[in-house]
Design a binder for this molecule. Sequence first.
Ligand SMILES: NC(=O)c1ccc[n+]([C@@H]2O[C@H](COP(=O)([O-])OP(=O)(O)OC[C@H]3O[C@@H](n4cnc5c(N)ncnc54)[C@H](O)[C@@H]3O)[C@@H](O)[C@H]2O)c1
Ligand SMILES: [Zn+2]
Ligand SMILES: [Zn+2]
Length: 366
Amino acid sequence: MKIKAAVFYEVGQPFQIETLDLEAPRVGEVLVKVAAAGVCHSDWHLMTGATKHATPVVPGHEGAGVVEAVGAGVTRVKPGDHVSLNWAPNCGSCFYCLNDRPSLCSAYIGPLWAGTMMDGTTRLSKEGQPIYHFSALACFADYTVVPQECCVPLSKEVPLTIAALIGCAVTTGVGAVLNTTPVRPGSSVAVFGAGGVGLNIIMGAKLAGASRIIAVDRSEAKGDLALEFGATDFVMAGPAVTESIRKLTEGRGADYVFEAIGLPAVQEQSLEAVRPGGTLTLVGVAPMGSGTNLPGAILTRQEKTVTGSYYGTANTARDFPLYADLYLKGKLDLERLISKTYSLDQINEAYADMLSGEIARGVIIF
Ligand SMILES: NC(=O)c1ccc[n+]([C@@H]2O[C@H](COP(=O)([O-])OP(=O)(O)OC[C@H]3O[C@@H](n4cnc5c(N)ncnc54)[C@H](O)[C@@H]3O)[C@@H](O)[C@H]2O)c1
Ligand SMILES: [Zn+2]
Ligand SMILES: [Zn+2]
């Protein structure tokens, strides 16, 4: 079938809106009519070269839609189901799945990073040439074929725009607080970067009962947004951040610090904002090959912990319905997260808005 998709060709070039060919789903695969796709910064990392990927590729990894057709052997979903898409499908039987770390599943990592389906081929093409799938989802398109492991059915009560956000920003942000680094009630939390992911960390921290939630961003507009989502304080990014966070935490530094930007210099600054015995959780995706200065002398003497958080340490089949339920019960204000919606043709504008730091999350509606 013919589909309309946003294609990324080369670093520094904008998305091209093109008509592509999409093959029918093969064994274990699902055709999804995409309803909504969130504008996440991780797709933008392709555009800058911070994340390297085979091209041409259709990005989009924060999506939801309706199952249109299924290939042979599909048991997880049926036509008509509403699904939120999981960008890190897990097999259930590898070492990581068996040890409660399904977001680190090793079974599909090869084809996922090769930009193909699990059999090593693409369903997308243009004039006979393969077009790659980002994270097996490629949901900046009106239709997509995905492995059934990527499909998590959700109640039809949940709007598909919200289901899309659950597919990345919510699971990554709230999961970092509930799963990766469980925050204790009454504690202090600092969040560097109040974008789509950072605001979800703030909501997660509020849900967990943190008593002080300090948002740090370089955008004044994000300060107002952060306070609306539950932050108790906003600190403008800059050299005085550590000092300001210490002042707000009885001179110690925060119990938990989350970095949700992905910049090595900010990762280092974030560690300074952690109190002795506290934990820094790195959520932002730093450029491939980048590194930081690991201050071993301080880590030892001050017993600081540094950890990464990938997809909020999610078990998506368990967590997507949980976040949907928290939304339906009014405990996660996910409507407010959608600042602006766009058509697929406006995708370059949507990314410009994300980079301006003015909006919480943009969503492409099909
Ligand atoms: N770990 C994961 O599994 C995972 C999943 C999704 C996204 N991410 C990553 O999380 C990061 C955030 O994603 P997002 O979609 O929220 O992005 P976003 O663009 O919506 O938000 C980034 C925020 O950081 C702020 N910012 C940028 N530079 C800054 C600086 N130097 N100091 C202070 N604030 C600064 C911006 O103003 C913006 O508010 C990205 O690196 C993304 O790739 C990680
Ligand atoms: Zn994302
Ligand atoms: Zn696995």
